[in-house]
Write a protein that binds this ligand. Sequence first.
Ligand SMILES: CC(C)(COP(=O)(O)OP(=O)(O)OC[C@H]1O[C@@H](n2cnc3c(N)ncnc32)[C@H](O)[C@@H]1OP(=O)(O)O)[C@@H](O)C(=O)NCCC(=O)NCCS
Length: 132
Amino acid sequence: MKPPAVDDYLRLREESGLSARTREEAENGVNGAWASACVIHVESGETVGMGRVLSDGGWYFHIIDMAVLPRHQRKGIGDAIMTALLDRIGEQAPNAYVNLLADPPGRRLYERHGFTESAPVSVGMKRTSAHG
Ligand SMILES: CC(C)(COP(=O)(O)OP(=O)(O)OC[C@H]1O[C@@H](n2cnc3c(N)ncnc32)[C@H](O)[C@@H]1OP(=O)(O)O)[C@@H](O)C(=O)NCCC(=O)NCCS
């Protein structure tokens, strides 16, 4: 389960419609995940999908960067990535707490894998800068 290359990471995020990140952000972050899964198109060698997990390695696991190139969506690639990530988490921690922030395109996929909405008990909160 290798991390995506920096170029693939930037391209997958941008082409799938996730926010574009800078090269510096990608270079600093791409090897920092606890686990990553990539899907490579055999004929072209192109990386067409990815997903990553942030974790303390104990019990807490946060899934990020689920992205499949639009022309390869709706073929089960997202499902395969999620299965691989959850299998890896399951090997590490049978009673893992796994969460994610679900954008609309992923919600049905996540529900199929057993995710339920955490609200109203817990709601996702965010800020986009460390400096307010
Ligand atoms: C979310 C995302 C990663 C899902 O990837 P994907 O590869 O399209 O996922 P899957 O193919 O496994 O499933 C998507 C749909 O295709 C369907 N599907 C899977 N294989 C299929 C096939 N062979 N033929 C037809 N439909 C198929 C699934 O049943 C599913 O349908 P549903 O959403 O109506 O329930 C992708 O849509 C994406 O990158 N979106 C943009 C980025 C984004 O928003 N990411 C999520 C951030 S939280």
